[in-house]
Design a protein around this ligand. Sequence first.
Ligand SMILES: Cc1cc2nc3c(=O)[nH]c(=O)nc-3n(C[C@H](O)[C@H](O)[C@H](O)COP(=O)(O)O)c2cc1C
Length: 366
Amino acid sequence: MWELLTKATRFLPAETAHRMAVAMLKHNFGPRPIAPNFSANLRVRIAGMEFDNPLGLAAGFDKNAACFNGAMSLGFGHVEVGTITPLPQLGNPKPRVFRLLEDQAVINRYGFNSLGMEQAAKNLKATAGQRLGVLGVNVGANKASVNPIDSYRQAVKGLAQFADYITLNVSSPNTPGLRDLQTQQHLDNLLVAGLNGLKDAGFEKKPIFLKIAPDLNHNDLAIIVESCVDAGVRGIIATNTTLARPDFLTSIHAGQAGGLSGTPLFSAATGILADVAKLSQNRLALIGAGGVAEAWQVYAKILVGADLVQLYTGLALEGPKMPGRILSQFAAMMDADGVATVDKIKGQICDPIAAVQHSQALFRGI
Ligand SMILES: Cc1cc2nc3c(=O)[nH]c(=O)nc-3n(C[C@H](O)[C@H](O)[C@H](O)COP(=O)(O)O)c2cc1C
């Protein structure tokens, strides 16, 4: 039934299908993963938080913290809500989301459509105490902000009390100038602003993560890693969507403006993650995102150094049974590899090509 429903929604514009999915999960309508039948222990501990499993829903699906418990019921160990901006804003004109079915990809230029932090805080308050997993709150600046760096401080201050962790999103390609905050010139000030937001709210011990773009070079990454370590940022999420358009895309929507996500992003995002892992030498928690649609891709990202892995586009294209399917296949891969806990996989194969080969071989064997 869920496969049919997902296929039927393809006849709707992508944004309408997205709204419907949020409404369904808000009412807790979705498949429940079957009880696990494997010996592997999927629990992960990072930055003082305990996750039931390494798989999370990436930011951008539950932009206003309206349905994260429903999303967690699909099997995710954590959900990252947002991006939430301090003030409400409409985002870019529609249409602004496009499915590239032939390429198993999406291009979006939502541009931080957000009901704002006050509405998000209301939603989060109403569900405090009923959380089914770890909750991340991803924040960003309003497009019209005259002081974007201070917008991050305000959003962190307003939302920290509801979050298990906070993410500073400086990697969306759809807000002009936002990605410049990843550069040396602005980064230290941005990180200090985020940490000051935590202090202002009285939650300085809460972990804060930085989410980065896949379109960065090795030198940019080295600066980002050292700035994060020096400032006391606890982790990096690699990566957001890409501005690149690989030559092999075949969909008619490939030329749309915005950020590309899904399968065509997997290699670049995993390469960036591997580079960040080498540079950080276990000084930061790492969350891999970008192009995950199969369990071997989760395994490969953890092999190169991720503690956790997030996905979004795969869920939008395959439907709500995906997290349960991926997690049981992932656990079967762990059994086949003879590893009992996820931390025994982390960082075992630093080279992304070798990590993919190992993961694909394991996956074929399960
Ligand atoms: C429609 C759409 C909207 C997104 N919105 C956000 C957002 O608001 N904030 C953010 O940090 N990332 C956003 N992302 C990026 C995802 O969180 C994720 O980093 C990226 O899509 C790569 O993962 P995927 O290939 O599994 O989708 C969005 C992605 C999509 C497809």
